[in-house]
Ligand binder design. Structure first.
Ligand SMILES: Nc1ncnc2c1ncn2[C@@H]1O[C@H](COP(=O)(O)OP(=O)(O)O)[C@@H](O)[C@H]1O
Ligand SMILES: [Mg+2]
Length: 251
């Protein structure tokens, strides 16, 4: 079975990229019974902080990109983390000089599903992630600034896909997650409509605000271990996303 390269991205902080990366990895493990490498490509090192439980992280994705020794951290039976170290932020100049294809090249020997968590800025790291992705999940929150950032990112993916088509390369599949959705909040519905009219053929997945997910923050709890009343709804919303990733079909 094919392994997928999945990227969570948004042009804004705090929309849920890291949470969705962890959740998607977890659902791939629980539902698809497949292995996942989670990659922290955000210089803020949030995913690494959440998952490493205070362990001293000596090496990770920056080191791999520089052909140095690198370690992964085992998180669950089937999920490993390629962490971020402080050098991802500290040695920005090195990253800026890298080619867009450098991440694909560095991870080319990994034969499992890979989920990459990115930073909220249009930097060289984002370009490398876009170039690496089979599937991109744009994580938006139902507020104006978030959606605008996401539409800007969508435009960059569109541009990359035009190039891919010209070069006879496979286009990247992508979709929106409207995250932390709250029923009856007008703004959410308005903005979902705005996205729908701008991108008619792109799938839009709704992930509701989840008490279970909120409560789990900082405890490195993966979705299968979540507790709380709306855990089942969250699980079913995320399972639909994973099914789309693997099949290309929306339920
Ligand atoms: N669907 C959700 N329901 C409840 N809380 C969420 C949800 N998605 C994300 N969060 C919380 O929102 C905060 C920001 O999420 P995070 O994933 O760190 O954002 P980003 O990586 O985009 O900066 C975290 O505390 C996270 O637990
Ligand atoms: Mg993050």
């Amino acid at each position: 079975m094919k392994d997928f390269h999945i990227v969570t991205a948004a042009n804004k902080g705090g929309t849920g990229k890291t949470a969705m990366a962890m959740c998607i990895a977890s659902v791939i493990e629980k539902v698809k019974k497949r292995e996942v490498l989670l990659v922290d490509l955000d210089p803020q090192e949030n995913l690494t902080g959440l998952c490493s439980k205070g362990k001293d992280v000596q090496s990770g994705v920056f080191e791999l990109l520089n052909n140095e020794e690198c370690d992964t951290i085992e998180l669950t039976d089937k999920i490993e983390l390629l962490p971020a170290t402080h050098r991802l932020k500290g040695e920005k100049g090195t990253i800026e000089q890298m080619d867009d294809t450098e991440l694909s090249f560095a991870l080319s020997e990994v034969d499992k599903n890979i989920v990459v968590d990115t930073n909220p800025n249009a930097t060289q790291l984002e370009k490398m992630a876009i170039s690496f992705a089979d599937v991109i999940l744009i994580v938006a929150e139902p507020d104006k600034a978030s959606i605008q950032g996401c539409l800007n990112l969508a435009a960059r993916i569109d541009l990359k896909n035009k190039k891919n088509r010209k070069m006879k390369q496979k286009p990247i599949r992508w979709g929106f997650i409207i995250n932390r959705y709250v029923e009856n909040r007008k703004i959410g519905n308005q903005l979902t409509e705005e996205i729908k009219s701008a991108y008619k053929k792109v799938p839009i997945f709704i992930v509701h605000e989840s008490e279970a997910l909120k409560a789990s923050r900082n405890e490195n709890v993966f979705i299968g271990d979540l507790k709380g009343s709306n855990k089942d709804r969250l699980m079913s919303e995320l399972t639909d996303i994973v099914k789309w990733i693997f099949s290309g079909k929306v339920k």
